[in-house]
Design a protein around this ligand. Structure first.
Ligand SMILES: Nc1nc2c(ncn2[C@@H]2O[C@H](COP(=O)(O)OP(=O)(O)OP(=O)(O)O)[C@@H](O)[C@H]2O)c(=O)[nH]1
Ligand SMILES: [Mg+2]
Ligand SMILES: [Zn+2]
Ligand SMILES: [Zn+2]
Length: 362
């Protein structure tokens, strides 16, 4: 069988230094290797080759599913809806599936995780996708004992799948570190990086008890704002801080905005209430007046600029969130808002019951 990089799954080759899987010939031996790209990502935080292409990743995911007895679907709690593309769900729903709602360490400290789990379960039920759910943090270890129990009960080949950058490789790295299934005999771990599209092929680890865990390239989702920017600007939008929120009394004629990325204009308020802006990344929401909206959208100091904006009108009910894929969300409290949303063309939005704060369950 063709040798693979243990970090990203790419087939090892020694002829094209600018391509995936390159290892200089004199470094090839019998032991496990990692490619030059993985080495540079891990040591210098640099990816000179770039992300996996959507058509290659879907091909690899399909092949991984043919091999797998079960699937662990990893989703990012801070960018939840972007993690559930219909095509991906359609592919994995035939297999026994567990959903790991990852990055729980980024939720506000006092967030009750059983409530988050119920929220995730209800959102999946609403989409007609029945799966068990565990809330986890690959960074802090939350939920991993339960995850390990589920995997061990499966007693078969497990594929870890999900969209790019949700933490699939970091989940595997933690499972290997826990010595799941007696551990494995090698020493190389999957490459983890803040850039989406790091893993390029499926690659598996054989555990001492005989079954295998496989990492897979991320499904490349449509409509995530972070994916429209260059890697450096995208990095600023990718959730990596504990979620912060700001509360704004908003009236007709006010806007909440993130300069150069999003504007939410209040067209009408139906009572007294507030909007809350949530973000788990290096950018945050600000309040201004609608008359300055154009200035905020067009005149900013961001490196990447948006050349085409889309405008949508929505009504946001109390205790619901307007989620902007790949950016963050705004939540209405106490009253209903009629809003006009200004976003870079192609960015998707979702409306949902609020993730943070008091909830009504059916
Ligand atoms: N705070 C936090 N960050 C996490 C967690 N899990 C993963 N990350 C971070 O999320 C980013 C992506 O992690 P990866 O494991 O490379 O994600 P992936 O799903 O394998 O991504 P691709 O290979 O690009 O599809 C990295 O910066 C990780 O450190 C978590 O539980 N908490
Ligand atoms: Mg990965
Ligand atoms: Zn590699
Ligand atoms: Zn940029």
């Amino acid at each position: 069988m063709q040798k693979q990089c243990k970090g990203c799954g790419a087939a090892i080759q020694s002829s094209r230094p600018d391509d995936y899987g390159y290892v200089p010939e004199h470094l090839l031996g019998d032991e496990e290797v990692i490619c030059q790209r993985c080495f540079r990502i891990s040591h210098y935080g640099l990816d000179e080759i770039g992300p996996v292409l959507a058509q290659d990743s879907i091909k690899a995911i399909r092949a991984g599913l043919d091999w797998a007895d079960g699937v662990l679907l990893v989703v990012d709690l801070i960018d939840f809806e972007a993690g559930l593309p219909q095509e991906l769900i359609g592919l994995i729903r035939e297999k026994p599936c567990l959903v790991a709602a990852n990055k729980a360490d980024l939720l506000p400290k006092q967030t009750p995780l059983p409530e988050v789990r119920r929220w995730v379960k209800e959102r999946l039920d609403h989409m007609g996708f029945r799966a068990e759910v565990i809330v986890v943090s690959a960074a802090a270890g939350e939920g991993f004992p339960q995850l390990a129990d589920w995997i061990q009960d499966l007693k078969g080949n497990l594929l870890i799948a999900g969209v790019t950058n949700v933490g699939k490789s970091r989940v595997i790295a933690r499972l290997l570190q826990m010595r799941l299934g007696g551990g494995y005999r090698g020493s190389q771990k999957p490459t983890v990086s803040p850039y989406p599209g790091t893993t390029v092929e499926c690659s598996s680890w054989e555990l001492i008890t005989g079954f295998r865990l496989a990492d897979s390239p991320g499904y490349v989702p449509q409509g995530r704002l972070s994916d429209l920017l260059c890697p450096e600007c995208a990095r600023e939008l990718i959730p990596d801080h504990r979620l912060s929120s700001s509360l704004y009394p908003i009236e007709k004629g006010h806007v909440l905005h993130i300069p150069g990325l999003a504007g939410i204009e209040c067209v009408q308020v139906h009572g007294e209430g507030v909007l809350m802006g949530f973000s788990g990344s290096g950018v945050g929401w600000r309040k201004s007046s609608a008359k300055h909206l154009d200035k905020w959208l067009w005149e900013h100091e961001r490196h990447c600029s948006v050349d085409s904006w889309e405008h949508k009108s929505i009504t946001l009910q109390p205790n619901t969130d307007l989620m902007i894929h790949g950016l963050g969300w705004v939540s209405a409290r106490k009253t209903t808002y009629d809003l006009r949303i200004h976003l870079p063309a192609g960015v998707r939005i979702s409306l949902r019951p609020n993730l943070i704060g008091p909830k009504k369950f059916r």
